[in-house]
Design a protein. Sequence first.
Length: 249
Amino acid sequence: MLDIQIDEKRNVILARPEGPLPASDFEGLGKTIDDYIAQHKRMPGLVVLPKGVPHWEGLAALRAHFDVVRKHAAILPRVAVVTDAMGLSFMPGIANVFVRARLRHFDVKDQDKAITWAGSTEVEPEGYRMLAGFPDNVIALEALGEVTSRDYEDVLIPLVRDKEKAHGKLRLVMVLGPDFDGYSAGAIWDDARLGLTHWRSFERVALVTDIGWITRSVKLFAPLMPGEVAVFPGSGLEAAKVWISAEGA
């Protein structure tokens, strides 16, 4: 079933999918969105709060789901997915392939932040922002909004090449804060290509984030990295700066 609620004050529609989802649920969601727009003359945000692992109840439900996505892809400005489940936490990145809405994953403890973000009409910056105050062999960046393939091609890849040519071994600090939405499909490919091409160029990598599923994923794959990898909480940028700047192992 798909439980649908409306929060007019915060300008969001909340959808709680659980178990098998029939076509009528998706049709009901589409009608709720259309009725909200007609009544309020504004676009709502959508907050998805999955319970367990929801799934389609047959092909009719799958078609109804895609019909809703196709019709409302260019309408909904923001979609927030709130879950602590490892598999479901990847939904924003997958959904970015199909819809134009900005998508962001939130842990369950940040549900209020998710609702506030989804209902906001504020225009947010996107891409990479350079962080100052680090040694010259350190690339320090904060990711904002959705990072796309263009951000890799125009900013990160040229920066890595220039720094590698000047210093050989590099160090990286990446901040994924509350303003980070995720990576587009093209950026994911560019990230993999960059990692394969410059696999041994980074002797240290520091990740600064409170995003639970990203933290868990990095810790899982850290032993496979040729250099040192450390994860710091969102409030730990100064500690990351000390660690990334220190000499020796």
